[in-house]
Ligand binder design. Structure first.
Ligand code: G6P
Length: 434
């Protein structure tokens, strides 16, 4: 069993390898091949050396080989799974995504709003090139996409290539863990029903051993406290009121939509203090890579848990294991809608509970979207579809309409200047726009 990791030099890779080692008995991977671009070569070497030490420490040397290359086409043949987790332009491009919208009066975020839009324009063409190589070199392999914005990139892949692609995110697993901690029960006892889109999902029902505890969860102050996270600008009572009124627990990314003024104020305050998440991550990574390069270190550093991707290896390994015949299994995935959510187009990629059985994936239908958030989800899906069109064709008209439709942009008067700025700042990664 061969797994190819695109973006192998990511500081997250040891998290993935750790998950593979932990589950090696039930999911016997024999080859892991890391692939990166020239700019990521040094990081990838450090990651590869460290991961080999992890393999040795786990007593699996000789059973799992780990290689690293800059030649994607040489890596793909024979792959059963290709995991995509690349970031075009690295953290510097992410920092721009987070800062660029602020002077336009809009929050800057890695996956949401204009920042996520810019990342989608950079990542979709590269993801489609990867898919084209896979069609030729490993047409049977599954592509598991973590590349952000994961839902939008997955929709581009689903619609524009023949590869078997599934989008994955760690937020559903994280939410399950957090709610289990609030109820003080083991996470396996909870069943959560998700509907919506990636980073725009809603938990509409929580079952504890089959008993409906949704109302209890929605009114618990701890739930609101978790939800507002590190935005002290958002009032706890306001958040509690909102959760009860919605009758569902939104992903924390919905804070940007429900509290646009407060989240913008927070981002602006942080920027004025010289802070942003990209910069924080760069500082964490500097320390992480020092550890990865240290020949004495052979265990996943605790510092890695300060990245946002908790449980990402668990999500990936359970999906791969289920697809290899370990099913039937249930997991929250990003898949093509079909008729699962009747309020969204059939070709749209949605994030919802799925059944994985016999190598196939089927979404459980969450039914129509509640009126409480139907309009928001439909509007963001329109933005996402226009973004895919813009990214694939280099179509400035579609790009304009995408931003115009984004609920966080808030007015046509902002769109042209914002778009010009995004295209100018990202020009090296946007050949499709000439
Ligand atoms: C969560 C999201 C990912 C995102 C990550 C950011 O895991 O689901 O899409 O990339 O957080 O974490 P970071 O440590 O890079 O800020």
């Amino acid at each position: 069993m061969k797994i190819v990791v695109i973006g192998g030099g990511s500081s997250y890779t040891p998290e993935l390898v750790g998950g593979i080692l932990e589950h090696h008995r039930s999911f016997p991977v024999s080859q892991i091949c890391l692939v990166d671009v020239t700019d990521g070569a040094a990081k990838q070497e450090a990651v590869a050396g460290f991961c080999r030490r992890m393999i040795r420490k786990a007593g699996l040397e000789g059973k799992i080989s780990l290689t690293a290359t800059l030649d994607r086409r040489a890596a793909l043949p024979g792959a059963a799974f290709v995991i995509s987790q690349f970031r075009a332009g690295g953290m510097a491009a992410r920092e721009k995504d987070e800062l660029l919208p602020l002077p336009h009066g809009i929050v800057g975020q890695e996956t949401t709003g204009p920042g996520g839009f810019a990342a989608a324009l950079r990542h979709i063409p590269a993801a489609l090139e990867l898919a084209a190589d896979m069609e030729r070199l490993c047409p049977e392999a599954f592509l598991i996409n973590f590349t952000n914005p994961s839902g939008i990139v997955t929709e581009a892949l689903q619609r524009r290539s023949r590869v078997k692609c599934i989008g994955l995110c760690n937020i559903p697993l994280t939410m399950q863990r957090v709610l289990a901690a609030i109820l003080n029960v083991a996470p396996e006892r909870l069943e959560l029903a998700f509907t919506g889109l990636n980073h725009l999902s809603f938990v509409t029902r929580v079952l504890l051993d089959g008993r409906d505890v949704t109302a209890e969860i929605l009114s618990a102050p701890e739930t609101a406290l978790f939800w507002i996270g590190d935005f002290p600008e958002i009032g706890l009572e306001e958040a509690r009121h909102l959760l009860r009124a919605l009758g569902a627990l939104p992903s924390p990314y919905l804070l940007y939509y429900y509290f646009p003024r407060q989240t913008f104020a927070a981002a602006k305050r942080r920027a004025e203090e010289g802070k942003n998440r990209a910069r924080e991550v760069m500082a964490i990574e500097e320390e992480l890579f020092q550890l990865y390069r240290d020949p004495q270190v052979d265990e996943k550093p605790a510092l890695l848990s300060r990245r946002g991707g908790a449980f990402y290896s668990e999500a990936a390994v359970s999906l791969m294991r289920a697809l290899c015949g370990g099913g039937p299994a249930r997991q929250v995935l990003n898949v093509q809608n079909g008729s699962a959510i009747p309020d969204l187009p059939p070709e749209a990629v949605i994030e919802t509970n799925c059944l994985i059985e016999g190598g196939a994936i089927r979404p459980f239908s969450p039914g129509p979207l509640p009126a409480a958030f139907r309009g928001l989800v439909q509007q963001v899906k329109a933005y996402e579809q226009l973004t895919v069109e813009a990214a694939v064709k280099g179509d400035k008209g579609a790009a304009y309409l995408a931003l115009l439709n984004h609920p966080l942009v808030g007015g046509a008067d902002r769109v042209r200047a914002l778009l010009d700025n995004i295209l100018r700042e990202n020009a090296p990664w946007l050949p499709q726009f000439g």
